[in-house]
Design a protein around this ligand. Sequence first.
Ligand code: FAD
Length: 370
Amino acid sequence: MENVNITIIGAGVVGLAIAAELAQTRPDVLVIERHLSFGQETSSRNSEVIHAGIYYPAGTLKAKLCVEGRHRLYEYCEKFRVDHKRIGKYIVATNAVETGELESILKRGQANGVADLRPVSQNEIQEVEPQVAAQAAIFSPSTGIIDSHQLMKSLAYHCEDGGGMIIYGTTVTKIDPVHGGYELTLDDGTSSLNKVFSRIVINAAGLSSDKIAAMVGIQKPEYQLKFCKGDYFRVSAAKAKLVSHLIYPVPTQNHVGLGTHATLDFAGQMRLGPDTEYVEEIHYTVDPAKQKDFYESVKSFLPFIEFDDLTPDSAGMRPKLQGPGEAVKDFLIQEETDNGFSGFVNLIGIESPGLTACLAIAKKVAGLIG
Ligand SMILES: Cc1cc2nc3c(=O)[nH]c(=O)nc-3n(C[C@H](O)[C@H](O)[C@H](O)COP(=O)(O)OP(=O)(O)OC[C@H]3O[C@@H](n4cnc5c(N)ncnc54)[C@H](O)[C@@H]3O)c2cc1C
């Protein structure tokens, strides 16, 4: 049986960020990933937006780690040449009720430490984004976009450069607490099961993180994930050229998502989404029948988009701790000594802004394991 110091389950952006951080100062860091490459699940099925940290309730990990993570991420991207762009985002109000809500969004963002938000008049939006319909808006200059594949490649490199190891195509199927650590059973698709002893285990298994916690023996209802699917529709290339910033509506009250918005990628392509749909099973098929809903949800603020401009694109799955209609829940990032599992760290419910926050999450986890 192999003996390691730290095992990280999952090579999504969060697992890789933790591995890159820990491998710099700690020996024997091992990452185990069931797919043949990194980032095959949620980390490659998102909007690739570097969020400023505006919406999350003050004092939550989501708020703190987003703001801290955003600063770290911009520094990291500049230092290690990961493609990114501070493209900026407008949150647009199209009626009096939404205009009234902008004030509280602005205050919440400022309370979270997003210092550069500013209210924008109708005239100013007309000048900057003449195709967008809005009565008023907030501008967030530090919201950006990032090439998440490049980021993960860079993090994987820094893990291995620091002496860490990543094994792909291997699933953790069983975890037994043993004296001084944990024994992990691994299935790599061959007939023989391998075992690894690890002093510390970090569960960064995304959509399966509640199942990994249950494997070690923590079966709490508050750890149980609900899957909330987010679909995207692509906007025709000709129309994509008509805006130059990210354009978001005023979000719904319960923050299931941020509202169907327009994102741009490095190639200048525009996607609308993600919507929110709680599902029982994980699947990534986008129902073409949703085209009407997407069209309806953006036509008030993106009136230049016509029904026929939209085509089904991709989908992602949010690992949520809150069920439909429940109040927003925070990231669960916890060392489990209090539950009787010393040296076991759970990361559960790492939905948005997990990509933005990944480097701050990694630092927090490093602090938890001492
Ligand atoms: C629709 C959508 C849009 C989003 N947009 C944004 C955005 O614009 N900005 C932002 O900051 N965040 C965004 N997010 C959130 C962000 O994508 C996630 O927070 C982040 O990708 C989570 O990364 P992760 O590493 O925790 O999970 P994952 O990427 O899911 O990685 C977990 C890994 O664990 C592996 N694994 C699981 N079980 C096992 C096992 N038993 N053995 C071995 N390996 C295992 C999986 O194969 C997977 O690779 C969005 C999310 C969604 C769904």
